[in-house]
Design a protein around this ligand. Structure first.
Ligand code: 9WN
Length: 432
């Protein structure tokens, strides 16, 4: 175990740049939003100043309206597409003046990341002081989501791009994406020069990804126009679980800090509405799981993925519903020959065990699932998630994603020495 822990620390230190971390060498050369949050949790175990700096640097790129971009382009390099010249964040009047950024966001993890680093900290007073200095920015981000991304005032926010979900080419998006009449763009992909193309999205999928961005750019990233025109408008249970969990953490932290009654009240109002709508709208009795909702076409997306179980982490289901959810998890994903937890339903014909978010296991989703299961008292299954995670990494290395099939001997795919794989393994190993 110590060897694994040391390797994880070595990876995090090697991926550290001046003030932030890259997700991994070559493939992802900038700072990514939710990666940074997960990375800060790892650093908190052995280098708290870096954990704090990671978070501060990301928040430093926040836009005037509270939006936090999914990529901050700190350095000049053309090894990633689409880069700063493609995104042109300056089109939006509130965009960061200090950094070039993307114009889409990612799951809002920062609220619960602050609570996690406080839990890990051995100097609670100093960490709370740091949190006091940044917490309002995270609150402003939540305010952005609830005021700009919830057109029907449901307490559920939408994402307007599959890259915002973090689960980029999940089969969840297939119907929406394949119904889009996207041009055949000319562009130079960089990801497939670093990683086997069979493990990444296709050229046609990239056309669709760019098409959604073209529409947003045409309207200077206006939230109102995007809500009106984007072909992709989805209420995602993973994204909304991260926001809901972060609401819960912000309430906890503001209470510890004291003197923020109005903000606590507002967070509680958002939270109450979110949990209610989540359970009324996003739970599908027939599937026995939380689902994605296609807000543009007003229809449920009837598939199950690892995202379907993330509401456990945000304390959304009742005890009874949690039982049902876990039964679905184990009957579909929990086969003895499979590691938990495949990113997409292994029983579906759309399942692809080697392809990115269409099947492989991702360590951040396992970490979310593990913590959710612990919260609800599912001891044996949470232990299995932890053991499977450790085994996958010990057997294959610190990859970006992993084959869920146990019979596969070399099952590590995508980027190598991946930061959140290292960071979250470190956290899991340090947990009782
Ligand atoms: C697009 C950085 C990011 C993760 C995402 C993961 C992948 C990017 C890409 O890498 O997405 O944002 O180019 O494929 O899907 O979750 O944050 O690690």
């Amino acid at each position: 175990m110590n060897e694994l822990k040391n390797k994880a620390i070595e990876i995090l230190n090697a991926n550290w740049r001046d003030g932030f971390s890259i997700p991994c060498e070559k493939l992802y050369p900038f700072q990514w939003n939710w990666d940074s949050g997960f990375i800060a949790i790892g650093f908190a175990h052995f280098d708290m100043p870096k954990a704090e700096e990671e978070i501060s640097t990301l928040l430093d790129a926040q836009w005037g309206n509270g939006f936090i971009p999914h990529i901050v382009f700190h350095t000049e390099t053309d090894t990633y597409f689409p880069g700063p010249d493609y995104f042109c964040s300056e089109l939006h009047t509130d965009a960061s003046k200090k950094y070039k950024t993307s114009g889409i966001t990612q799951p809002p993890v920062l609220g619960f990341v602050l609570a996690e680093i406080l839990r890990i900290s051995t100097d609670k007073k100093a960490t709370l002081k740091f949190i006091e200095g940044v917490i309002d920015k995270v609150y402003d981000n939540h305010n952005y989501f609830y005021t700009k991304r919830d057109p029907q005032n449901e307490g559920l926010v939408y994402i307007y791009h599959n890259w915002e979900s973090g689960t980029d080419n999940s089969p969840m998006w297939d119907d929406i994406i394949h119904n889009m009449d996207s041009p055949d763009y000319e562009f130079e992909r960089r990801d497939t020069t670093h990683v086997d193309a069979s493990q990444r999205p296709s050229k046609r999928e990239y056309d669709h990804y760019l098409h959604i961005l073209e529409i947003a750019k045409e309207h200077n990233y206006s939230d109102e126009k995007i809500a009106e025109l984007s072909p992709f408008l989805v209420q995602d249970p993973l994204f909304n679980s991260m926001l809901t969990k972060s609401n819960e953490s912000l309430i906890e932290l503001y209470t510890l800090i004291g003197g923020n009654a109005n903000k606590i009240k507002q967070l509680e109002t958002w939270q109450e509405k979110a949990i209610k709508s989540f359970n009324n709208k996003l739970f599908d009795e027939e599937l026995g799981a939380y689902i994605h909702y296609d807000l543009r076409n007003e229809r449920k997306i009837k598939h199950i993925s690892s995202s379907s179980f993330t509401p456990l982490f945000a304390n959304i289901p009742s005890k009874e519903r949690a039982e049902k959810l876990v039964q679905t998890l184990m009957s579909r994903f929990g086969n003895e020959n499979q590691y938990l937890c495949a990113s997409f339903d292994p029983e579906s014909e759309l399942y692809k065990p080697k392809k990115y978010w269409r099947g492989p296991v991702w360590i951040n989703l396992n970490w979310i699932l593990y913590n959710g299961l612990v919260q609800y008292g599912f001891k044996d299954i949470s232990k299995r998630v932890k053991d499977d995670t450790v085994e996958l990494i010990a057997k294959n290395g610190f990859y970006e994603y992993f084959d869920a099939r146990k019979e596969v001997s070399k099952g590590g795919y995508g980027g190598i020495n991946f930061s959140w794989t290292a960071s979250l393994l470190l956290d899991l190993l340090n947990k009782k």
